[in-house]
Design a protein around this ligand. Structure first.
Ligand SMILES: [Zn+2]
Ligand SMILES: [Zn+2]
Ligand SMILES: [Zn+2]
Length: 138
């Protein structure tokens, strides 16, 4: 949790019990969760917390790099905790159990070079959504 508190501070976000509770949920389960999942899990602990607030907190944590966002097969936005917030990498999500795993590897440089030569453009960003079945589900 301490590392995430540091990231919150770097992003000038206050360390509120709500933000900490949301991070705590992700730390405990290690899964990709929809905003509603997070809301349902926090309902008992924080009965005053509404779904719109959960959406806002998730967006803030995503912007600061603590959470990563993905689109699941059912077109729902889901979030998971990223344990390598300061380096470029990708994520693998299991479509069966929703586990998210870090993929500390990227070969996009070659693709970038190809695109830059072909389109005479400058590539600045890329996103890769990697999904399938994890070691336990395959
Ligand atoms: Zn990550
Ligand atoms: Zn799985
Ligand atoms: Zn990459």
């Amino acid at each position: 949790m301490r590392a995430y508190v540091r990231v919150l501070k770097q992003n000038r976000l206050k360390i509120t019990p709500r933000r900490k509770a949301v991070i705590g949920i992700f730390m405990k389960c290690g899964l990709n969760l929809s905003p509603y999942d997070v809301y349902a899990k926090l309902k008992k602990k924080l009965p005053k917390l509404g779904l719109p607030t959960v959406y806002r907190i998730l967006a803030e944590l995503k912007d600061s790099g603590i959470l990563v966002q993905s689109l699941s097969d059912d077109r729902l936005l889901r979030y998971a905790l990223c344990t390598l917030p300061h380096q470029h990498h990708h994520h693998f999500t299991c479509r069966k159990c929703n586990r998210m795993e870090e993929v500390d590897f990227c070969t996009f440089k070659a693709v970038s070079r190809f695109i830059e030569n072909r389109l005479n453009a400058k590539v600045e960003t890329h996103q890769l959504q990697i999904g399938g079945l994890c070691s336990k589900c395959k």
